[in-house]
Write a protein that binds this ligand. Structure first.
Ligand SMILES: Cc1ncc(COP(=O)(O)O)c(C=O)c1O
Length: 343
């Protein structure tokens, strides 16, 4: 009854983090300030939950458009950026979907659900991206869609703007620049939106992972067509009310992102001083590390109550790699001390 290729897949696994310091999922560790939480709850209590949500979300799209310097017609909202990736993979012309390797796993997973071929372009050992190789693979595999996470997950690095521009200008299909980690990066690709370039953004890493709210910015005609594969009422009323409220208090999240960036700098320096750890430069809210035995370190950390992400795949670019999300300063100190002891 279920397609064989679906049967062979593993469902997305989320590790149980009960009682652990959670540094595995690139969440913002700072809670909402109390006053804001109260005002938010007050807003939510006025929501007309007996009615379907606003299907078109024009006001919300206007708010986002204003923040991003585009028109409301250039904005589409998704239930997390995952949903927008799914819509794109459903709607774009037949053909392969080109992605670097390694990158965010959901690109390939969703492509597989939709039976879309994936063309993977290996990154170099330092996780840099060669624009020529990427374009060659796109041409050879007749890619109609390319997805580039900038900064990339799980490597955390940001490819030079020149590389992205070269790909955008020479790629025949639609280029999606996924800026999930933009709040922690030194630059954005906002100015490239339009033509065959779309940008993906999410509230998840900024402090609202529980909300499931993401959006894409692109050419108005492309957005109109993408809307044709958007489920009616995909964004529930509570999320809509919350998103508008949080957009009005965006500075709170930007301040938190700034603190995370500072902690990332401190952690990078502290980890670089530890022997036997390789630290890769990051412009995201996480760091990629290489150690001698990633499995042993991962298990050792769980034993002392810290959950990170083990990315180890023997013989791959992620050989003995671990990803740590930047947490609260005291959580980061606990991780640092535990790592020093385990090494
Ligand atoms: C590059 C990238 N894009 C998108 C997402 C998904 O974001 P959302 O929570 O908005 O679905 C993630 C989550 O880890 C990510 O790393």
């Amino acid at each position: 009854m279920i397609r064989n290729d679906i049967k062979t897949l593993a469902a997305y696994h989320v590790q149980d983090a009960d009682g652990l310091i959670k540094l595995d999922a690139m969440e913002n560790p700072y809670p909402l300030p109390d006053a804001l939480r109260k005002a938010w709850a007050e807003m939510l209590s006025r929501c007309n939950i007996n009615r379907y949500p606003d299907a078109d979300m024009l006001e919300l799209r206007r708010n986002i458009a204003e923040r991003e310097g585009v028109e409301a017609e250039q904005v589409i909202i998704g239930n997390g950026s995952d949903e927008l990736i799914q819509m794109l993979l459903m709607a774009v012309d037949q053909g392969a979907c080109a992605v670097p390797k390694p990158t965010f796993v959901m690109y390939e997973t969703i492509a597989r659900w939709l039976k879309r071929p994936v063309a993977e372009v290996p990154l170099k050992a330092d996780f840099s991206l060669d624009a020529n190789s990427f374009l060659q693979v796109c041409a050879r595999e007749k890619a109609s869609l390319a997805l580039l996470a900038c900064p990339n997950n799980p490597s955390g690095n940001m490819w030079p703007e020149e590389t992205i521009r070269q790909i955008a200008e020479n790629f025949r299909g639609l280029l999606i620049i996924d800026e999930a980690y933009a709040p922690f990066a030194n630059h954005t690709h906002n100015s490239m939106v339009g033509g065959n370039v779309m940008l993906l953004r999410t509230f998840s890493k900024l402090g609202m992972a529980g909300l499931r709210f993401g959006y894409a910015l692109g050419d108005a005609n492309l957005i109109t067509d993408l809307n044709k594969v958007r489920l009616p009422y995909n964004i529930n009323s509570l999320t809509q009310v919350s998103a508008r409220f949080f957009l009005d208090h965006y500075d709170v999240f930007e301040e938190q992102a700034q603190k995370i960036r500072q902690e990332r700098g401190r952690m990078t320096a502290a980890l670089m001083a530890v022997e036997n750890i390789e630290v890769f430069p990051s412009q995201a809210n996480f760091l990629l590390l290489r150690v001698a035995d990633a499995d042993a370190i991962f298990n050792g950390l769980v034993k002392v109550g810290i959950l990170i992400k083990n990315l180890h795949i023997k013989g791959s670019l992620l050989d003995n790699c671990l990803r740590i999300t930047i947490g609260l300063p005291e959580e980061n100190n606990r991780l640092l001390n535990a790592l020093k002891e385990l090494l």
